[in-house]
Design a protein around this ligand. Structure first.
Ligand code: HEC
Length: 165
């Protein structure tokens, strides 16, 4: 009886793993395979795309908070960080279709112009366009359940977004 239960558990956990865990592994996501690694074992030291996206998410929030507070130097800094993360992702993940990267980079240019001109209305338009590019790529990458919206609150209690005096 005990053997049967153990066998059952083993079969159950294998089936469970196959059905539940494997389909959501990040290497199943179409764009999330890194470029082939130069090292002999084929191991990759590349940051995973989902980790790069977590950074993107934090910077997306900080960019919004900075723009809302009209803290233009901080907004400019966060824009540069976002651009850097996108560039790295594009270099590491060669099978992300270029148009989706270009669609995300273009609003960054609009945002950059808005920041230089200290134009809050243009900043809002650029931010909406960026958000649309995030979600368009997620749809194309079969992760349409990752929906980006305008931040509703600050998650950074230790950072002031007010312009420095
Ligand atoms: C060019 C394509 C592309 C663009 C543009 C893009 N993403 Fe992503 N994003 C992905 C892919 C692919 C994944 C899934 C990665 C994985 O699971 O390996 C992802 C995953 C995520 C995740 C989930 C990460 C996690 O581990 O929870 C977040 C959050 C995210 N993206 C935020 C953003 C934000 C914010 C933007 C825009 C500022 C953005 N993404 C733009 C392709 C993109």
């Amino acid at each position: 009886m005990r053997v049967l239960l153990r066998d059952f558990l083993r079969v159950f956990s294998t089936v469970f793993l196959a059905l539940v865990v494997l389909p959501v592994r990040s290497d199943e996501v179409p764009f999330a395979q890194p470029a082939p690694s130069p090292n002999a074992h084929g191991d990759s030291y590349a940051v995973s795309l989902s980790d790069a996206m977590q950074l993107t998410q934090l910077r997306h929030i900080k960019l919004w908070l900075a723009g809302k507070a009209k803290n233009w130097p901080l907004a400019s800094y966060e824009l540069a960080q976002l651009r850097d993360t996108f560039n790295k992702a594009a270099i590491l993940y060669l099978n992300i279709p270029v148009p989706y990267i270009a669609a995300a980079v273009q609003p960054l240019v609009v945002l950059s112009d808005a920041v230089t001109a200290k134009d809050a209305a243009q900043f809002q338009r650029g931010f909406k366009a960026l958000q649309a590019a995030c979600n368009d790529c997620h749809k194309a990458a079969d992760v349409s359940f990752i929906v980006i919206q305008t931040p509703t609150a600050s998650v950074f209690p230790d950072q002031s977004f007010a312009p420095a005096r």
